[in-house]
Design a protein. Structure first.
Length: 302
């Protein structure tokens, strides 16, 4: 199937290299509090000149908040997104001291790591995946991110200039050796993180109920974990405003003992578990969801 022009992977990156470089310089020069003032100008630009994304934001917020929206809701949603991108500068600079981070559900993660098993962290375009660094620093986790870098190439390049090691922490999807790199990293007790809420046009995806509608979710992250017999843990780094973040972890599935005949059923159960956890977090911290495109699909006809 040929992806449509509205598909998330085909949407152009809404960034300009000089602006990105300027924001990185400003953030490191003025500090977090002062440079955050510029974020409000970025939010206003986004709200006025990105109508499709603005409509997608309203559609999501209506579902998550369950009430009539105000202008403040849309502004707060985009400001949360801008704040998370801004804070990546400080996470990558090693300035974790700037943030007040609380963690729940990490005991199972610590036990898995202590046993020497690799872990697949399954997240979403929700909150900050960079906040996982806080847990990594506390327990010396070696986490690599699986991603399609083309949709944020400018931001990735600018942030890599802050911490060149960032590129070593990325495994690019879609390359022949990608799965081998994931396998080898998990075999050494490392962890990989992947976002599981955006379906590719050619992916084996499933339509599932989500926030009062029907949405497509990819099965490929779970199929990868099943093939490598790895445990899967849901991860969300919710931004709570100011300098506060909350990391949440919850088990999704463990494919260590799953037989070939059980695999498809276990993947289906794991996907339903994942979407239920994601929906729960969207309702608890609604301004943390960052899929600014037409996410919900019409329900299939009987």
């Amino acid at each position: 199937m040929k992806p449509s022009s509205s598909h998330w992977k085909n949407r152009p990156e809404r960034s300009f290299a000089p602006v990105v470089r300027f924001m990185v310089w400003l953030s490191l020069t003025l500090g977090r509090r002062a440079s955050r003032l510029v974020l409000h100008l970025i939010v206003l630009y986004f709200l006025f000149f990105a109508p499709a994304a603005r409509r997608a934001s309203k559609d999501y917020l209506r579902r998550a908040l369950g009430r009539r929206l105000s202008v403040r809701d849309g502004y707060r949603h985009v400001l949360g997104f801008a704040s998370m991108i801004h804070d990546r500068v400080y996470w990558l600079s090693g300035r974790t001291d700037l943030f007040d981070v609380t963690i729940t559900g990490d005991q199972g993660v610590i036990e898995l790591a202590a046993s020497g098993r690799g872990i697949v962290f399954l997240g979403a375009h929700f909150g900050s995946f960079e906040a996982l660094r806080a847990l990594g620093e506390r327990h010396a986790f070696d986490v690599k991110m699986l991603m399609y870098p083309d949709n944020a190439r400018l931001i990735t390049t600018a942030l890599a200039a802050i911490d060149p090691r960032m590129l070593d922490k990325i495994i690019v999807l879609g390359q022949p050796e990608s799965i081998l790199r994931v396998r080898d990293h998990l075999a050494t007790g490392g962890a990989v993180g992947i976002l599981g809420d955006r379906a590719l046009a050619d992916d084996k995806s499933r339509a599932l109920p989500f926030l009062g509608g029907t949405a497509l979710f990819p099965t490929s992250p779970l199929r990868l974990a099943a093939m490598l017999r790895a445990p899967v843990v849901f991860m969300a780094g919710s931004y709570l405003g100011g300098n506060r973040y909350h990391l949440s972890f919850a088990p999704v599935a463990d494919f260590a003992e799953v037989t070939a005949g059980q695999k498809d059923a276990c993947i289906d159960q794991a996907l339903q578990r994942y979407t239920a956890l994601l929906e729960q977090h969207c309702l608890q911290a609604p301004y943390n969801w960052f899929n600014f495109y037409d996410f919900w699909k019409p329900a299939p006809k009987p």
